[in-house]
Design a protein around this ligand. Structure first.
Ligand code: MG
Length: 368
């Protein structure tokens, strides 16, 4: 089997409401998503999606994915899409680094492998059944009252795990937010305070040693080394996200004892192949993981939910569904959706999501 064509679509994904992160310094209203269809000489096609969360969240942006695919296409065309390791090696030789541009191609190849095998991706990832995955809300930065109101809205559609976005330089403001949100959280709900790199180590140590909350704290500072510094000085379990890209970053995090958990995001780490390797490493060292994607429609969400679903309970926390924040749905009704606070991956072979191409508009590039 050979890859004969790579077709690229650009899709704007407006958010239903403006969204603020990192103590309010980062605002998001529109995501730039890239959908990829890979065709083969045997008539089987696979789909992937790459969608950074805006341009300010990570060193990643939508146009970068499309430019990267133009560079990668000659190295991918003619290859067997079922040979995931070889496809990834070819991409890494053609364009070292730039992990986020490779994810959509990698996901589309997994979709093809699953269809050829007649198995859903969760089964290829080691799962024994389509295990429902708890999903977590994502609570935009605001005043304590605004954030508590958003948590209550999320609860109305089933969410019992929440990620509250904090951060800034005023320690008193974040101490007040943490204490108000903790006091308002209904019994049994779970919470992570996600700082999105906004604190200096000094602010992190001061805030976290001033509050009673012992909930997860995510990506308190910019770098891995700064987060490790904080982890040694606070009682909260630390989750890492934006500072982890390569497999080596994850080894470094383990060696520095920088965290008790990680976010595994296929788009950030270069696709499902690399995310699977990281998931297995995380299980080996005992990390607890949120497995979800950076952003995108229910297509990207579903790819990540397949991997989350196939991860043992003890190592899997909740997963976020980006598509619940969108004002549009390019894959109507398909894939892993919120059903009372849980999402279950499809049982059909492969990814189980196929976009309506008319809804995607004309391709922006076709490589043959
Ligand atoms: Mg995060």
């Amino acid at each position: 089997m050979k890859i004969t064509r790579i077709t690229v679509f650009q899709v704007d994904l407006p958010l239903e409401h403006p969204y603020w992160l990192s103590g309010g310094r980062l605002k998001f209203e529109m995501l730039d998503s890239t959908f990829v269809r890979i065709d083969t000489d045997e008539g089987i096609s696979g789909w992937g999606e790459g969608c950074p969360w805006g341009t300010t969240y990570l060193p990643a942006h939508g146009p970068g994915i499309r430019a990267g695919i133009a560079t990668l296409a000659p190295a991918v065309l003619g290859r067997d899409p079922r040979a995931l390791r070889a496809v990834n090696e070819a991409m890494d030789v053609q364009l070292p680094g730039h992990l986020y541009v490779k994810s959509a191609i990698d996901i589309a190849c997994w979709d093809i492998l699953g269809q050829v095998a007649g198995l859903p991706l969760w089964q290829l990832f080691g799962g024994d059944k389509a295990q429902p995955v708890a999903i977590n809300s994502s609570i935009s930065t605001g005043t304590p009252e605004e954030m508590i109101s958003r948590i209550h809205k999320a609860r109305e559609i089933g969410y019992r795990v929440h990620s509250a976005k904090l951060g800034g330089h005023d320690t008193d403001v974040d101490i007040a937010r943490i204490e108000a949100i903790s006091a308002a959280l209904p019994t049994g709900d779970k919470l992570t305070f996600d700082i999105n790199r906004a604190w200096t180590p000094a602010v992190a140590v001061q805030v976290l040693n001033s509050v009673a909350a012992r909930d997860w704290v995510e990506q308190p500072c910019e770098t891995l080394e700064q987060c490790a510094h904080v982890a040694r000085r606070v009682a909260n379990p630390i989750m890492l996200d934006e500072c982890l890209h390569t497999f080596q970053d994850h080894l470094n995090a383990w060696q520095l004892q920088a965290c008790e958990g990680i976010k595994v995001k296929p788009n950030r780490v270069g696709g499902l192949t690399k995310a699977l390797q990281i998931r297995d490493f995380g299980v080996s060292v005992g990390w607890q993981m949120h497995i979800e994607d950076l952003g995108g429609s229910a297509l990207a969400d579903t790819a990540a939910i397949h991997l989350a679903s196939a991860t043992p309970d003890a190592y899997r926390l909740a997963s976020w569904l980006c598509h619940q924040h969108l004002a549009v749905d390019p894959v109507p009704g398909q894939g892993a959706r919120n059903l009372g606070g849980f999402a279950t991956p499809p049982d059909t072979p492969g990814l189980g999501v196929r976009p309506d191409e008319d809804a995607l508009g004309a391709p922006v590039a076709v490589y043959t």
